[in-house]
Design a protein around this ligand. Sequence first.
Ligand code: SF4
Length: 229
Amino acid sequence: MTLRLGGFVPWSGIDYPGRQAAVAFVSGCPWRCPYCHNSHLWAPQATISWGRVRSFLETRQGLLDALVISGGEPLAQAAGVAAALVEARDLGFAAGLHTAGVSPRRLAGLLPVLDWVGLDIKTAFGHYPAITGRAGTGTAARAAARLVIESGTPYELRTTVHPELISEHELVTMVAELATLGATALTLKGFRPTGCPSARLNTHYRPWLTSTLAQTLREIMPAIVLPDP
Ligand code: SF4
């Protein structure tokens, strides 16, 4: 199996809702979000083998619930990710995936072996290139969101908000677009400077969630999860 992993966390209580998970980080990502906190994984290099991860999992059967593949961008190595997740499931672990949905075609191929998906939504679909630095990314993200929402696989949609990158209008548009696709929940998270390669973003973060904006977002999507103002 070819799978370039750039990191591994043997235990996490926050990467798969309600499950104790090990997390393997795929290296390589075709997008360039300026707030990325895993920018050290942009280059496709391997620092840990799948064999070592698998050996670890074999010692944790009955002790951990799940394996989550994160990144970087797992869809950049979809074949290797699928093979790894099948092996993890055969060992008795639930299979989770963190993705930005860079390739809806590859995501569609992975969904049958997934027990849970965490899909990052960057902004309103028409504004994606302003964050990802890549043309056509909003089209891919919309198709990926539709796939996940309609898949029947448990999922979480989540968005990192930095007011320098996403305006109130774009936030409202994004939530409305997701509601139109059938999403009933979305988790908004404030930007964290950890690992972010942009000095400007690190120094220009400011509170962005007003009570008026919170009310507007809840009117569109009542179950939306908002951070503390
Ligand atoms: S898609 Fe994810 S891993 Fe890739 S640059 Fe954006 S935040 Fe980083």
